[in-house]
Design a protein around this ligand. Structure first.
Ligand code: CP
Ligand code: NVA
Length: 299
């Protein structure tokens, strides 16, 4: 009988001990080559630098070969259905990875797929980013337990997944954003249904006070470019600048998933400053996705 594969569409697909195991594998030097002589599909509906490069590198490190499909070639639900694409790719590959606009595409693919499906970012979440973020925080402080992770700016895919990952790891999660830009109702329902109890503090200056980690992301995500101007005005008080960083304890670190819009959500002084860990985070994208693939395929 065919057993259904493990997928990774969101942090809620993992138990806290699964999450620990992935972080542990992310730092192991001699992982079994679970993709030896095998291939993995990479479907992108949106641009990417870090996700594509780190994933391709990790696949090769695990003995495999990545097969990339450009946004204009993907044609999900245009050239053919998400289900037909998944079932076809099942015949060639050991893994389907996809960056999509609509999260429901990933769900539909995972329902019919006999190989793992990995979410490389959707409108709802960015869980592979969170794995790298948690690894970075763990390496910095030795543990995530009890750490205060404060996120400033847009309640988006990155902050949604980070809230999940932080709480699942025993950290505290605070988000500071303009009142009129909360998580979507679907995101809030999911957070509540999974007991992800985060704190909302409207005033960024207050939210920074006890932060061990100050995190931010773009004020408008891929696909929201037409809202750039209205969002730049609304989010301006939430910029992570030196003044905000100086309100946090001296040991605090600054994080950003990148790409950064310098001078908007964070200043260059902070992005390039001593407390910044942005390139460690970017490098950890490769280590953490290697740990994830090892966890999903090494049964
Ligand atoms: N952080 C991140 O996912 O970067 P890319 O969009 O460049 O992949
Ligand atoms: N929130 C951003 C993250 C980019 C890595 C976006 O979805 O565009």
């Amino acid at each position: 009988m065919m057993t259904s594969p493990k997928h990774f569409l969101d942090l809620e697909d993992l138990s806290p001990s699964d999450l620990n195991e992935i972080l542990k594998r992310s730092e192991e030097e001699n992982l079994k080559k679970v993709l030896d002589g095998k291939t993995a599909a990479l479907l992108f509906q949106k641009p990417s630098l870090r996700t594509r490069h780190s994933l391709e590198a990790a696949i090769v490190q695990l003995g495999g070969h990545p097969v990339y499909t450009r946004p204009e070639e993907v044609g999900i639900d245009e050239r053919e259905s998400a289900e037909d694409i998944a079932c076809t790719l099942n015949g060639y590959h050991s893994l389907i990875t996809a960056r999509v606009f609509d999260h429901s595409i990933l769900k539909r693919m995972s329902k019919v797929s006999s190989i793992p499906v990995i979410n490389l970012l959707s409108d709802r979440s960015h869980p592979v980013q969170t794995l790298a973020d948690l690894l970075t925080i763990k390496q910095e402080f030795g543990s995530l337990e009890g750490k205060n992770i404060a996120y400033f700016g847009d309640a988006n895919n990155v902050s949604y997944s980070l809230a999940f990952g932080a709480i699942m790891s025993g950290a505290n999660f605070t988000i500071s954003h303009p009142k009129d830009f909360p998580f979507s109702s679907e995101q809030i329902e999911n957070l509540q249904a999974n007991n992800i109890n985060f704190t909302y503090i409207e005033d960024p200056k207050e939210a920074a006070l006890k932060a061990d980690v100050l995190y931010t992301d773009a004020w408008y995500s891929m696909g929201q470019e037409e809202q750039a101007s209205i969002r730049q005005t609304a989010f301006a008080p939430y910029q992570v600048n030196q003044e905000l960083l100086d309100r946090a304890p001296e040991h605090a670190i600054f994080m950003h998933c990148l790409p950064a819009h310098r001078g908007q959500e964070a200043t260059s002084e902070v992005l390039d400053g001593e407390q910044s860990r942005i390139f460690r985070q970017a490098q950890n994208r490769m280590h953490s996705i290697r740990g994830l693939i090892s966890f999903l395929l090494d049964n």
